[in-house]
Design a protein around this ligand. Structure first.
Ligand code: GDP
Ligand code: ZN
Length: 365
Protein backbone atom coordinates (compact mmCIF):
# COMPACT_ATOMS: atom_id res chain seq x y z
CA UNK A 1 0.00 0.00 0.00
CA UNK A 2 1.30 3.40 -0.90
CA UNK A 3 0.91 5.50 2.20
CA UNK A 4 2.93 8.48 1.04
CA UNK A 5 0.89 11.17 -0.58
CA UNK A 6 4.00 13.11 -1.38
CA UNK A 7 7.60 12.34 -1.90
CA UNK A 8 9.38 15.33 -3.30
CA UNK A 9 7.75 15.29 -6.63
CA UNK A 10 4.59 16.15 -8.48
CA UNK A 11 1.91 14.00 -7.02
CA UNK A 12 -1.27 14.74 -5.19
CA UNK A 13 -3.03 18.04 -4.61
CA UNK A 14 -3.38 18.80 -0.89
CA UNK A 15 -5.27 21.82 0.36
CA UNK A 16 -3.09 24.39 2.09
CA UNK A 17 -4.33 23.38 5.56
CA UNK A 18 -2.92 19.91 4.97
CA UNK A 19 0.53 21.49 4.81
CA UNK A 20 0.13 23.01 8.27
CA UNK A 21 -1.26 26.34 7.09
CA UNK A 22 -3.12 28.21 9.86
CA UNK A 23 -4.68 31.54 10.73
CA UNK A 24 -1.43 33.16 11.87
CA UNK A 25 0.20 32.31 8.57
CA UNK A 26 -2.83 33.47 6.62
CA UNK A 27 -2.73 36.84 8.33
CA UNK A 28 1.04 37.16 7.79
CA UNK A 29 0.44 36.38 4.15
CA UNK A 30 -2.28 39.00 3.50
CA UNK A 31 0.30 41.58 2.37
CA UNK A 32 1.19 39.25 -0.49
CA UNK A 33 -2.20 38.01 -1.54
CA UNK A 34 -3.00 38.74 -5.15
CA UNK A 35 0.67 39.02 -6.12
CA UNK A 36 2.23 35.86 -4.73
CA UNK A 37 1.15 32.38 -3.69
CA UNK A 38 1.88 30.57 -0.40
CA UNK A 39 3.88 27.35 -0.21
CA UNK A 40 5.91 25.16 2.11
CA UNK A 41 9.52 24.11 1.52
CA UNK A 42 9.70 20.31 1.20
CA UNK A 43 13.25 19.75 -0.04
CA UNK A 44 16.33 21.81 -0.28
CA UNK A 45 18.29 20.55 -3.25
CA UNK A 46 21.67 21.79 -4.35
CA UNK A 47 20.39 24.19 -6.95
CA UNK A 48 16.76 24.72 -6.06
CA UNK A 49 13.97 24.12 -3.61
CA UNK A 50 10.97 21.88 -3.98
CA UNK A 51 7.97 23.66 -2.57
CA UNK A 52 4.53 22.22 -1.83
CA UNK A 53 1.75 24.52 -2.91
CA UNK A 54 -1.99 24.13 -2.98
CA UNK A 55 -2.45 21.76 -5.86
CA UNK A 56 1.03 20.37 -6.33
CA UNK A 57 4.75 20.99 -6.18
CA UNK A 58 6.94 23.72 -7.64
CA UNK A 59 10.64 24.07 -8.22
CA UNK A 60 11.83 27.42 -6.97
CA UNK A 61 14.90 29.53 -6.55
CA UNK A 62 15.22 32.37 -4.09
CA UNK A 63 15.12 36.07 -4.86
CA UNK A 64 18.33 38.08 -4.91
CA UNK A 65 16.95 40.28 -2.16
CA UNK A 66 16.45 37.32 0.19
CA UNK A 67 19.89 35.97 -0.63
CA UNK A 68 21.60 39.30 -0.02
CA UNK A 69 19.76 39.67 3.29
CA UNK A 70 21.00 36.21 4.28
CA UNK A 71 17.43 34.96 4.67
CA UNK A 72 17.75 31.44 3.43
CA UNK A 73 14.65 29.23 3.42
CA UNK A 74 14.92 25.84 5.11
CA UNK A 75 12.78 22.72 5.05
CA UNK A 76 9.49 23.36 6.82
CA UNK A 77 9.43 27.07 5.98
CA UNK A 78 6.24 28.67 4.79
CA UNK A 79 7.09 31.02 1.96
CA UNK A 80 5.63 33.54 -0.45
CA UNK A 81 6.28 32.51 -4.04
CA UNK A 82 6.36 34.40 -7.26
CA UNK A 83 4.94 31.69 -9.47
CA UNK A 84 6.17 31.87 -13.04
CA UNK A 85 5.07 28.74 -14.85
CA UNK A 86 6.04 30.29 -18.19
CA UNK A 87 9.68 30.58 -17.04
CA UNK A 88 9.68 27.04 -15.69
CA UNK A 89 10.99 28.13 -12.30
CA UNK A 90 9.37 30.12 -9.54
CA UNK A 91 10.98 32.41 -6.99
CA UNK A 92 10.71 32.42 -3.22
CA UNK A 93 10.35 36.11 -2.35
CA UNK A 94 9.81 35.92 1.41
CA UNK A 95 9.80 33.59 4.40
CA UNK A 96 6.75 33.81 6.66
CA UNK A 97 7.32 34.07 10.44
CA UNK A 98 8.69 30.81 11.88
CA UNK A 99 6.88 29.21 14.81
CA UNK A 100 9.85 27.06 15.84
CA UNK A 101 13.42 26.88 14.58
CA UNK A 102 16.18 24.34 14.79
CA UNK A 103 19.56 26.02 14.64
CA UNK A 104 22.95 24.54 14.05
CA UNK A 105 24.47 26.26 17.06
CA UNK A 106 27.24 27.47 14.80
CA UNK A 107 27.01 31.06 13.66
CA UNK A 108 26.88 31.65 9.93
CA UNK A 109 28.82 34.38 8.12
CA UNK A 110 26.57 37.07 9.55
CA UNK A 111 27.22 35.87 13.09
CA UNK A 112 23.66 34.65 13.50
CA UNK A 113 22.82 31.03 14.26
CA UNK A 114 22.12 29.02 11.13
CA UNK A 115 18.58 27.76 10.99
CA UNK A 116 18.35 24.24 9.59
CA UNK A 117 14.63 23.45 9.85
CA UNK A 118 11.53 25.42 10.76
CA UNK A 119 7.95 25.06 11.98
CA UNK A 120 8.36 21.65 13.58
CA UNK A 121 5.65 20.98 16.18
CA UNK A 122 6.85 17.69 17.65
CA UNK A 123 10.23 15.99 17.62
CA UNK A 124 10.63 12.26 17.94
CA UNK A 125 13.95 11.73 19.68
CA UNK A 126 14.74 8.23 18.49
CA UNK A 127 16.95 6.00 20.55
CA UNK A 128 17.26 2.22 20.60
CA UNK A 129 17.41 -0.58 23.13
CA UNK A 130 21.00 -1.41 23.93
CA UNK A 131 24.01 0.86 24.01
CA UNK A 132 22.26 3.86 22.47
CA UNK A 133 19.87 4.09 25.39
CA UNK A 134 21.99 6.66 27.11
CA UNK A 135 20.66 9.21 29.57
CA UNK A 136 23.42 11.74 28.84
CA UNK A 137 22.76 11.69 25.11
CA UNK A 138 19.03 12.07 25.73
CA UNK A 139 19.65 15.11 27.92
CA UNK A 140 21.51 16.74 25.05
CA UNK A 141 18.74 16.00 22.55
CA UNK A 142 16.08 17.17 25.01
CA UNK A 143 17.89 20.49 25.48
CA UNK A 144 18.06 20.92 21.71
CA UNK A 145 14.38 20.21 21.21
CA UNK A 146 13.27 22.42 24.08
CA UNK A 147 15.41 25.24 22.68
CA UNK A 148 13.71 24.91 19.29
CA UNK A 149 10.24 25.44 20.74
CA UNK A 150 8.97 22.02 19.62
CA UNK A 151 7.55 19.30 21.90
CA UNK A 152 9.80 16.29 22.44
CA UNK A 153 8.65 12.66 22.44
CA UNK A 154 11.21 9.96 23.21
CA UNK A 155 11.05 6.80 21.15
CA UNK A 156 12.88 3.67 22.27
CA UNK A 157 13.18 1.62 19.09
CA UNK A 158 14.35 -1.98 18.63
CA UNK A 159 12.20 -3.23 21.51
CA UNK A 160 12.36 -6.63 19.79
CA UNK A 161 16.02 -6.89 20.81
CA UNK A 162 15.36 -6.39 24.53
CA UNK A 163 14.67 -9.26 26.93
CA UNK A 164 12.31 -7.09 28.95
CA UNK A 165 11.06 -4.29 26.68
CA UNK A 166 8.62 -3.12 29.34
CA UNK A 167 11.51 -2.07 31.54
CA UNK A 168 13.31 0.03 28.93
CA UNK A 169 11.44 3.25 29.66
CA UNK A 170 12.20 2.88 33.34
CA UNK A 171 15.95 2.95 32.73
CA UNK A 172 15.72 6.51 31.45
CA UNK A 173 12.97 7.78 33.74
CA UNK A 174 15.32 10.05 35.75
CA UNK A 175 15.91 12.21 32.67
CA UNK A 176 12.54 12.19 30.95
CA UNK A 177 10.77 14.51 33.41
CA UNK A 178 7.25 14.33 32.01
CA UNK A 179 8.31 13.86 28.38
CA UNK A 180 6.31 11.02 26.78
CA UNK A 181 8.31 7.82 26.19
CA UNK A 182 7.19 5.23 23.63
CA UNK A 183 8.78 1.81 23.29
CA UNK A 184 8.33 0.15 19.89
CA UNK A 185 9.94 -1.83 17.13
CA UNK A 186 10.08 -0.27 13.70
CA UNK A 187 11.07 -3.68 12.35
CA UNK A 188 8.21 -5.78 13.75
CA UNK A 189 5.86 -2.77 13.91
CA UNK A 190 4.97 -3.61 17.51
CA UNK A 191 3.92 -0.44 19.31
CA UNK A 192 3.85 1.63 16.12
CA UNK A 193 0.21 2.57 16.63
CA UNK A 194 1.21 4.42 19.82
CA UNK A 195 2.60 7.14 17.56
CA UNK A 196 -0.84 7.90 16.16
CA UNK A 197 -1.52 10.24 19.07
CA UNK A 198 1.26 12.50 17.74
CA UNK A 199 0.85 12.02 14.01
CA UNK A 200 -2.10 14.32 13.52
CA UNK A 201 -3.33 16.14 10.40
CA UNK A 202 -1.37 19.32 9.72
CA UNK A 203 1.07 18.63 12.57
CA UNK A 204 4.74 18.57 11.62
CA UNK A 205 6.93 15.94 13.25
CA UNK A 206 10.70 15.61 12.85
CA UNK A 207 12.92 12.67 13.72
CA UNK A 208 16.32 13.05 15.32
CA UNK A 209 18.70 10.57 16.89
CA UNK A 210 22.06 8.93 16.43
CA UNK A 211 22.95 7.05 13.30
CA UNK A 212 21.74 3.45 13.30
CA UNK A 213 18.92 3.80 15.82
CA UNK A 214 16.38 3.12 13.09
CA UNK A 215 15.03 6.50 11.96
CA UNK A 216 14.85 5.52 8.29
CA UNK A 217 13.28 2.17 9.15
CA UNK A 218 10.71 4.00 11.24
CA UNK A 219 9.91 6.47 8.48
CA UNK A 220 9.56 3.60 6.05
CA UNK A 221 7.22 1.84 8.44
CA UNK A 222 5.16 5.03 8.70
CA UNK A 223 5.10 5.48 4.98
CA UNK A 224 4.74 1.76 4.32
CA UNK A 225 7.03 2.03 1.37
CA UNK A 226 10.75 2.30 0.98
CA UNK A 227 11.70 5.88 0.38
CA UNK A 228 14.76 6.00 2.60
CA UNK A 229 17.98 4.14 2.10
CA UNK A 230 18.36 2.11 5.26
CA UNK A 231 21.88 1.12 4.46
CA UNK A 232 23.63 1.76 7.78
CA UNK A 233 26.96 2.68 6.16
CA UNK A 234 25.55 5.39 3.99
CA UNK A 235 27.25 8.17 5.90
CA UNK A 236 30.76 6.97 5.32
CA UNK A 237 30.55 6.55 1.58
CA UNK A 238 30.76 9.42 -0.84
CA UNK A 239 27.64 8.46 -2.69
CA UNK A 240 25.61 8.40 0.48
CA UNK A 241 26.87 11.70 1.77
CA UNK A 242 24.80 13.62 -0.72
CA UNK A 243 21.71 11.90 0.60
CA UNK A 244 22.22 13.10 4.12
CA UNK A 245 22.24 16.72 2.97
CA UNK A 246 18.81 16.54 1.37
CA UNK A 247 16.07 17.41 3.78
CA UNK A 248 12.65 16.07 3.15
CA UNK A 249 9.11 16.72 4.17
CA UNK A 250 6.57 13.94 3.74
CA UNK A 251 2.82 13.89 4.15
CA UNK A 252 1.47 10.68 5.63
CA UNK A 253 -1.86 9.22 4.63
CA UNK A 254 -3.37 10.32 7.95
CA UNK A 255 -2.41 13.93 7.22
CA UNK A 256 0.60 14.30 9.52
CA UNK A 257 3.73 15.88 8.09
CA UNK A 258 7.07 14.25 8.76
CA UNK A 259 10.49 15.81 8.34
CA UNK A 260 13.37 13.43 8.03
CA UNK A 261 16.25 15.64 8.91
CA UNK A 262 19.52 13.83 9.44
CA UNK A 263 21.32 17.16 9.73
CA UNK A 264 19.79 17.66 13.14
CA UNK A 265 21.90 14.98 14.73
CA UNK A 266 25.19 16.80 14.28
CA UNK A 267 24.00 20.03 15.79
CA UNK A 268 25.65 21.72 18.72
CA UNK A 269 23.70 22.73 21.76
CA UNK A 270 22.88 26.07 20.15
CA UNK A 271 22.52 29.47 21.61
CA UNK A 272 18.78 29.51 22.13
CA UNK A 273 18.60 29.92 25.87
CA UNK A 274 15.87 27.98 27.59
CA UNK A 275 16.53 24.45 26.32
CA UNK A 276 18.89 23.42 29.08
CA UNK A 277 16.79 24.78 31.92
CA UNK A 278 13.69 23.04 30.56
CA UNK A 279 15.60 19.79 30.39
CA UNK A 280 17.02 20.10 33.90
CA UNK A 281 14.00 21.48 35.72
CA UNK A 282 15.02 19.49 38.83
CA UNK A 283 18.42 21.19 39.00
CA UNK A 284 16.81 24.60 38.51
CA UNK A 285 14.50 23.92 41.40
CA UNK A 286 17.34 22.75 43.64
CA UNK A 287 19.42 25.81 42.67
CA UNK A 288 16.84 28.06 44.29
CA UNK A 289 18.23 26.77 47.58
CA UNK A 290 21.86 27.68 46.79
CA UNK A 291 23.39 30.40 48.97
CA UNK A 292 24.46 32.46 45.93
CA UNK A 293 21.93 33.28 43.27
CA UNK A 294 24.63 32.98 40.59
CA UNK A 295 25.95 29.70 42.01
CA UNK A 296 27.57 27.55 39.34
CA UNK A 297 27.31 24.43 41.52
CA UNK A 298 31.03 23.82 41.39
CA UNK A 299 33.06 24.99 44.40
CA UNK A 300 30.67 27.47 45.99
CA UNK A 301 29.75 27.04 49.65
CA UNK A 302 26.09 26.44 50.47
CA UNK A 303 25.36 24.81 47.13
CA UNK A 304 22.04 22.99 47.36
CA UNK A 305 22.63 21.18 44.08
CA UNK A 306 25.87 19.52 45.21
CA UNK A 307 24.21 18.81 48.52
CA UNK A 308 21.47 16.91 46.64
CA UNK A 309 24.15 14.81 44.95
CA UNK A 310 25.67 14.06 48.33
CA UNK A 311 22.25 13.03 49.65
CA UNK A 312 21.69 10.76 46.66
CA UNK A 313 18.75 12.82 45.32
CA UNK A 314 20.58 13.73 42.11
CA UNK A 315 23.19 11.70 40.26
CA UNK A 316 26.68 13.09 39.77
CA UNK A 317 26.44 12.12 36.09
CA UNK A 318 23.34 14.24 35.54
CA UNK A 319 24.94 17.23 37.26
CA UNK A 320 28.16 16.75 35.25
CA UNK A 321 26.21 16.66 32.01
CA UNK A 322 24.25 19.76 33.00
CA UNK A 323 27.50 21.61 33.69
CA UNK A 324 29.04 20.36 30.46
CA UNK A 325 26.06 21.46 28.33
CA UNK A 326 25.90 24.82 30.10
CA UNK A 327 29.59 25.46 29.41
CA UNK A 328 29.20 24.44 25.81
CA UNK A 329 26.29 26.81 25.44
CA UNK A 330 28.13 29.71 27.09
CA UNK A 331 30.99 29.14 24.70
CA UNK A 332 28.67 29.18 21.69
CA UNK A 333 26.91 32.33 22.87
CA UNK A 334 30.29 34.06 23.18
CA UNK A 335 31.30 32.85 19.76
CA UNK A 336 28.08 34.20 18.29
CA UNK A 337 28.53 37.54 20.01
CA UNK A 338 32.04 37.86 18.60
CA UNK A 339 30.62 36.99 15.17
CA UNK A 340 27.94 39.66 15.53
CA UNK A 341 30.47 42.36 16.39
CA UNK A 342 32.43 41.47 13.25
CA UNK A 343 29.29 41.45 11.18
CA UNK A 344 28.21 44.88 12.46
CA UNK A 345 31.67 46.29 11.71
CA UNK A 346 31.52 44.95 8.17
CA UNK A 347 28.03 46.31 7.66
CA UNK A 348 28.97 49.78 8.84
CA UNK A 349 31.98 49.76 6.59
CA UNK A 350 29.75 48.90 3.62
CA UNK A 351 27.30 51.63 4.58
CA UNK A 352 30.00 54.27 4.94
CA UNK A 353 31.44 53.39 1.53
CA UNK A 354 27.96 53.67 0.12
CA UNK A 355 27.46 57.08 1.75
CA UNK A 356 30.85 58.29 0.49
CA UNK A 357 30.06 57.21 -3.04
CA UNK A 358 26.67 58.87 -2.88
CA UNK A 359 28.16 62.14 -1.67
CA UNK A 360 30.67 62.00 -4.53
CA UNK A 361 27.74 61.68 -6.89
CA UNK A 362 28.58 58.13 -7.94
CA UNK A 363 25.44 56.31 -8.81
CA UNK A 364 26.97 52.84 -8.83
CA UNK A 365 27.23 51.02 -5.53
P1 GDP B 1 19.10 5.37 10.98
O1 GDP B 1 20.56 5.57 10.74
O2 GDP B 1 18.68 5.92 12.29
O3 GDP B 1 18.24 5.84 9.85
O4 GDP B 1 18.89 3.77 11.12
P2 GDP B 1 18.33 2.70 10.05
O5 GDP B 1 16.87 2.86 9.88
O6 GDP B 1 19.20 2.78 8.83
O7 GDP B 1 18.57 1.33 10.84
C1 GDP B 1 19.85 0.86 11.21
C2 GDP B 1 19.79 -0.64 11.36
O8 GDP B 1 18.93 -0.99 12.45
C3 GDP B 1 19.24 -1.35 10.13
O9 GDP B 1 20.00 -2.52 9.93
C4 GDP B 1 17.81 -1.68 10.52
O10 GDP B 1 17.32 -2.81 9.88
C5 GDP B 1 17.94 -1.92 12.01
N1 GDP B 1 16.68 -1.65 12.72
C6 GDP B 1 15.88 -0.56 12.61
N2 GDP B 1 14.79 -0.67 13.42
C7 GDP B 1 14.91 -1.83 14.06
C8 GDP B 1 14.09 -2.53 15.02
O11 GDP B 1 13.04 -2.09 15.48
N3 GDP B 1 14.57 -3.74 15.46
C9 GDP B 1 15.74 -4.26 15.00
N4 GDP B 1 16.10 -5.45 15.48
N5 GDP B 1 16.49 -3.66 14.09
C10 GDP B 1 16.11 -2.48 13.61
ZN1 ZN C 1 24.72 25.67 43.66
Amino acid sequence: MNNARFFCGPNDTPPLEALGWNRDLASAFTRYSGRYIPGRVACRQRTHYEVFIEGGTLNAGISGALRRAGHIPVVGDFVALHSRPEAGVSTIVDILPRKTTFTRGVPGKDGVDQVIAANIDTVFIVTAAGRDLNARRLERYLALVHASGAHPVIIINKADLADTPDLLAETISPVTAGVPVITLSALTRAGLSLLEAYLLPGITVALIGSSGVGKSTLINALLEQTVQDTNPVRESDGRGRHKTTVRQLFILQNGALVIDNPGLREVGIGTAGSGISETFVDIGRLAEGCRFSDCRHEQEPGCAVREAVMQGDLTQERLDNYLRLTKEQTFEVEKTEIGLVRYERKRWKAISILARNLSKGKSRF
